[in-house]
Design a protein around this ligand. Structure first.
Ligand SMILES: Nc1ncnc2c1ncn2[C@@H]1O[C@H](COP(=O)(O)OP(=O)(O)OP(=O)(O)O)[C@@H](O)[C@H]1O
Length: 308
């Protein structure tokens, strides 16, 4: 479990991370989303004790990461896949990492196999493709068989097979009851990999909820077709409701449930020829949430709207 309380990082006059309070629970994959510069990497670095918070605290399984006796068993992390000595082979890189943590050589061979690096383990890391570098970074994260896995953009540079592999790995570790926290720019990927999602924008939490809740909160658009569209539009117009009209007989209504639209139409004797809730994707929800990361209007936290 990762617990951040009032976590804040200021660089000069720039507030990179602004009073984040969240919990990443074990037994689930939690996606960490946000536009470029939102503060994801800074947050992950603070979780791992690599960046000192200006204020606030963050713990992994109840302890600050730096205080742990066996850090690689407490948490494994992929932060910057390129932070590896280019002249070393993958095997020697992992062996050196293992040696500094009292991890046996047998485990190095295990993670090489787990991450599909057998063929390139004896090659120098400097010649690695981005994807191979990512696999090596993940191998390093897995070395201590950690309870908590923190992966910053793990699918970056991976081919479709690699993307699927990361997804299976994340799901597998969560199913074992471990905590998996991964950041991504790929909403579609997070939608199929994560159970929970934390969205940040300009250092602040915009949403902290399950994937279903986040998507559900954005699925308020319903397509309505009726020969009396203008009349229905007048009936439905009220505060909090947005109605767009593409053609003279079609409305796209946001902010009212389909049942309410049907009841209003029936009450006025208006025949509907179509009433379709439009499926929303996490991508839509994310775009809506981050549209204005500064003057966002509401947060979603565990399905509830909460004030700023
Ligand atoms: N060492 C630093 N010194 C000064 N500013 C920094 C430093 N590290 C990060 N920042 C700034 O803090 C903000 C958050 O950056 P961060 O890298 O955490 O965002 P991110 O969400 O990970 O972005 P990306 O998706 O682009 O990697 C940015 O404005 C960035 O320029």
């Amino acid at each position: 479990m990762i617990e951040a309380r009032g976590l804040t990082k200021r660089y000069g006059d720039r507030l990179a991370v602004d009073d984040l309070t969240f919990t990443v629970r074990p037994g689930a994959v939690t996606g960490f989303l946000g536009p470029n510069g939102a503060g994801k990497s800074t947050t992950m670095r603070m979780i791992l004790g690599l960046t000192r918070p200006t204020s606030g605290t963050v713990t992994i399984d109840g302890r600050r990461f730096a205080d742990g006796a066996a850090p690689l068993a407490q948490a494994g992390a992929l932060l910057d896949a390129k932070a590896v000595h280019p002249g070393r082979t993958a095997y020697h890189h992992l062996l050196a990492l293992a040696a500094t943590h009292g991890i046996p050589k047998r485990r190095v061979l295990e993670v090489i196999e787990l991450t599909g690096l057998e063929r390139v383990a004896a090659k120098r890391v400097g010649g690695f493709s981005l994807g191979m570098g990512q696999r090596l970074g993940i191998a390093g994260a897995l070395l201590g068989d950690p309870r908590v896995l923190i992966l910053d953009e793990p699918v970056n540079g991976l081919d479709p097979e690699g993307v699927r592999w990361v997804r299976r790995l994340a799901r597998h570790y969560a199913a074992e009851g471990r905590t998996v926290f991964l950041s991504s720019h790929l909403m579609s990927e997070v939608a199929v990999t994560a159970d929970q999602v934390i969205v940040i924008g300009r250092g602040r939490i915009l949403a902290d909820a399950s994937v279903a809740e986040i998507v559900g909160n954005a699925t308020a658009t319903v397509r309505v077709r009726t020969p009396r569209a203008a009349e229905l539009m007048r009936l439905l117009t009220r505060a909090g409701v947005t109605i767009a009209s593409e053609t003279s007989d079609t409305l796209e209504v946001t902010g009212i449930e389909p049942e309410t639209i049907a009841a209003a139409a029936a009450g006025a004797g208006i025949v509907l020829t179509e009433l379709t809730p439009l499926a929303s994707t996490l991508e839509d929800a994310y775009m809506a949430l981050t549209e204005n990361a500064v003057e966002y209007r509401s947060h979603v936290r565990n399905g509830q709207e909460v004030p700023r």
